[in-house]
Design a protein around this ligand. Structure first.
Ligand code: LLP
Length: 458
């Protein structure tokens, strides 16, 4: 620490373009600097807006906790993918697991997106939202017979196959239905995605994919099966990747396989590079879609195949916020707790992945860092778990009933929410320009136990 830092207790983050200041008391996130990186959000006269709609008005109208998504922000990222890869025949298959609200899927379907799904439920959502099964890839390690039947009957675009037993099952089901099942093998390239271990998928030790050493032999087996139509090759190495190198390393391994397959007379129509592009939550500097494209395009162009992508987080994370209200302020001798009306059941990322997500006030209390007016707060829910926190040691100036926005919450927020502690799941709202619409009602408490019965058997 330099002398001046010792005096002030303040150290600037070393990351370029940082929006944070780490003080001895806690982390200050500059709300205006943060929102400068979030196209959907801005402050107008010290009040937070999503597109042209006041966040205070949304919180009042729909109540909290409430997820709010910007339609334009979703479309802009989708467009950035299609523009960056315009020189190739490609299909962006949005990963439904990131945010599966029908309105989100519908907006993407209308603009031409395909979808990456991992369950029959996700496929049903896509179809209900107006998507076409032919533009859907079906990922996941545990597809059941009924999943496969349903997908084949709907005319699924491709199964991303993760094991020999799955391949055999798909062949059997396709035979019964008298159809040819389009498949890719998901290969596991054994590349370190350099991300959180829970969301790293492309290492030998992970449960995903077929080892790249075995892939040619499995393709040869697939080619022998009567009701399998080999259409592509697939890989997905992890999520929230901030560097391009692991993507390039994985692609190189996939290209090597494509050449080996061609030598064996197996030709493909598409290569699917999965999802995984990271986003800036606070100070991260992930590779941009343009940089990602620049690194991959030369290699992909040389292949002459259609290219599929399966982005989830990068399309929706920063299009969304979780609005929450401060219910109770509980300063203690060691820590200050702000108990808010959202909790780990609404947003589990901080508890599950130690994810740092920004919490910004709806109203700017003052400009910039003001250590006199601000206190370090742990932003926590009302759930009976110590792991129930949304953020820790954040320098904020808080009062009861303040509305806070947790940014970056559009991906893996609502979709991972639960009813733990018999808490109804939050409502969801979409904003476009000055319009806003409820796209999912807040659950009622009665609905939580409506399908349960008292024991009556004796
Ligand atoms: N394709 C496959 C096969 C996947 O498993 C995933 C994500 C994606 C595409 C989309 O990846 P994305 O572009 O969103 O990174 N709940 C965690 C993330 C889990 C990701 C699981 N698979 C989180 O909140 O960080």
């Amino acid at each position: 620490m330099s002398h001046s830092e010792q005096q002030t207790g303040v150290t600037e983050s070393t990351l370029g373009e940082s929006v944070t200041t780490q003080t001895e008391q806690g982390l200050y996130i500059d709300p205006q600097a943060l929102t400068a990186h979030l196209p959907a959000l801005h402050y107008r006269d010290d009040a937070l807006y999503m597109e042209q709609v006041s966040v205070a008005a949304l919180a009042k109208h729909y109540g909290t906790p409430c997820y709010v998504y910007s339609k334009q922000a979703i479309l802009d990222v989708y467009q950035a993918y299609t523009d960056s890869f315009a020189s190739l025949t490609h299909q962006v298959c949005y990963a439904v697991k990131a945010n599966s609200n029908l309105a989100v899927l519908g907006v993407l379907a209308q603009t031409g997106a395909g979808f990456d799904i991992v369950s029959r439920g996700e496929l049903m959502r896509v179809l209900a939202a107006g998507g076409h099964a032919s533009k859907v890839v079906f990922s996941g390690v545990g597809k059941t017979k009924s999943d496969i039947e349903y997908a084949l009957t709907q005319g699924i675009g491709c199964f991303n196959v993760e094991s020999i037993s799955e391949l055999t099952l798909i062949n059997e089901v396709a035979q019964q239905l008298d159809k040819a099942a389009p498949i890719s093998l998901r290969v596991n390239p054994d590349v370190d995605a350099k991300t959180h271990p829970y969301i790293s998928t492309g290492l030998k030790d992970n449960k995903f994919g077929i080892a790249h050493e075995d892939a040619v032999a499995v393709y040869q087996q697939a080619a022998e099966l009567s009701h399998i139509d080999i259409v592509g090759i697939d890989c997905h190495i992890g999520s929230q990747l901030t560097e391009v190198a692991p993507f390039v390393a994985a692609l190189d391994k996939v290209i090597e396989l494509i050449h080996k397959l061609n030598d064996k007379g197996i030709t493909l129509q598409h290569v699917d590079l999965g999802g995984g592009l990271g986003v800036r939550y606070i100070d991260e500097s992930p590779v941009t879609i343009d940089e990602f494209a620049a690194a991959l395009l030369p290699k992909l162009s040389a292949l002459g195949l259609t290219v599929f992508f399966e982005p989830g987080r990068s399309i929706v994370a920063n299009a969304g916020v979780l609005l929450t209200k401060v219910d109770v302020l509980k300063p203690t001798e060691h820590k200050n707790f702000a108990i808010v009306d959202a909790a780990m059941n609404d947003l589990i990322r901080p508890a599950l992945y130690q994810a740092e997500m920004a919490v910004i006030p709806e109203t700017l209390p003052n400009k910039g860092l003001d250590t006199d007016a601000m206190q370090p707060w742990d932003i926590v829910g009302a759930i009976c778990e110590t792991g129930d926190f949304l953020a820790k040691d954040r320098l904020l100036s808080l009062a009861t009933d303040d509305v806070l926005a947790i940014t970056g919450a559009g991906a893996y927020g609502f979709t991972m929410s639960s009813n733990y502690n018999s808490r109804p799941r939050a409502s969801e709202v979409m904003v476009s320009g000055d319009l806003h619409q409820l796209i999912r009602k807040r659950e009622t408490i009665e609905a939580l136990y409506a399908d349960e019965t008292l024991w009556q058997a004796d």
